[in-house]
Design a protein around this ligand. Structure first.
Ligand code: CUA
Length: 354
């Protein structure tokens, strides 16, 4: 009854509280279920975990993240304990009636809870700003420069000082700073390799930088992190961190002249490649000079195909050549109408380019 509720006896308030508790139970249970399912997808050591940093940059970001997390846990504990104490200490007691005394207008309390959040924000802001400036600083003079071009939907990596070009698999030496210069010739992408650092947007008409020193040799998964069209989710990459001598060997192999294919399917594949539309988009040193698609001069040395979608095998490459958009929706490379045999020959030739 509205008039009773407006005057608010203690029994009415208790009954209303019981009803609102009951109406809360379902959403809370649903929320807990959703959270359990969501957290079930998490793993501390997943291949794209930001919690296992393997570069100075990723470590800096985790450092800020840890500060914020611990402060938040501390605040949650303090608020939770204070709330529990207030609920117990000032609960409705038998025989009590009416409203308890109010603390509205308590100057000291109001000043305290205005200043406390400001101090918390300051504590978080100092290391955050320090790390923003550190990660935006000009790269050191011994850094290896790599030009990263995000394209729909693959990554091009150019090493201007080494005269090496590759795609989708970025090799970097461990222990040496790497200065990425990010450029997006078509639309906005975002370069993100969680264990090495990021994300950094790749914006047409603007050169962004990302500098890091990888610590541990290994293979690190990355992903375009900005929606960039139909196959955004298929725009993966790998960063292969090599020990310095392995990196030197990789560079030498990339610069070597591509081998002449053996007679048979590989040689046939080269002839088909050279006579077809492939040459308009792809460079193979000594064979073609197209620039719209990935440079294929050392295609066979890559572990994956089509921006990390498939293992680089003759079968997969042949299937890709037959119908690229079937594997990567809206891929810019069209189906060229090759027969199964022709596609397999071209795949055999390409896989032999190491
Ligand atoms: Cu490129 Cu999303």
């Amino acid at each position: 009854m509205p008039s009773d509720l407006a005057h608010g006896t203690l029994e009415d308030a208790k009954a209303a509280a019981d009803v609102s508790m009951q109406s809360l139970i379902r959403p809370v249970l649903r929320g807990a279920l959703a959270l359990t399912l969501a957290l079930g997808g998490c793993a501390w050591d997943a291949p794209m975990s930001t919690l296992v940093p393997r570069s100075d940059f990723a470590r800096d970001i985790l450092h800020v993240y840890a500060i914020i997390t611990w402060i938040s846990i501390g605040i949650a504990l303090i608020v939770g304990v204070a709330l529990a104490w207030v609920l117990t200490r000032y609960r409705a007691r038998p025989g009590a009636s009416g409203m308890p005394p109010q603390t509205r207008g308590h100057t000291l309390l109001e000043i305290s809870w205005t200043i406390a959040p400001a101090i918390i924000l300051l504590v978080i802001a100092i290391p955050t700003i320090q790390i923003i400036f550190r990660t935006q600083a000009a790269p050191p003079s011994d850094a290896l420069e790599v030009r990263v071009l995000g394209r729909q939907w693959w990554w091009e990596f150019r090493y201007p000082t080494l005269a090496v070009v590759t795609a989708n698999e970025l090799h970097v030496p461990a222990g040496q700073p790497v200065a990425l210069v990010l450029d997006g010739p078509d639309v906005i992408h975002s370069f993100w390799v969680p264990q090495l650092g990021g994300k950094r947007d790749v914006v047409p008409g603007r050169l962004n930088r990302l500098t890091f020193t990888a610590e541990t040799p290994g293979e690190y998964r990355g992903q375009c992190a900005e929606f960039c069209g139909v196959s955004h989710a298929n725009m993966g990459m790998r960063v292969i961190v090599d020990a310095p001598d392995a990196f030197a060997r990789w560079v030498a192999a990339q610069k070597a002249e591509p081998p002449e294919p053996a007679a048979g399917p590989a040689a046939d594949g080269k002839a088909i490649f050279a006579q077809s539309a492939c040459v308009g988009c792809h460079t193979i040193r000594g064979v073609s000079s197209g620039t719209l698609g990935p440079d294929l001069t050392t295609f066979g040395s890559r572990h994956t195909l089509a921006a990390g979608i498939l293992p680089n095998t003759v079968e997969n490459v042949a299937a890709w050549i037959k119908d690229p958009p079937a594997i990567k929706p809206d891929a810019k490379m069209p189906a060229l109408g090759l027969t199964d045999e022709q596609a397999r020959a071209v795949a055999t030739y390409l896989i032999g380019l190491k």
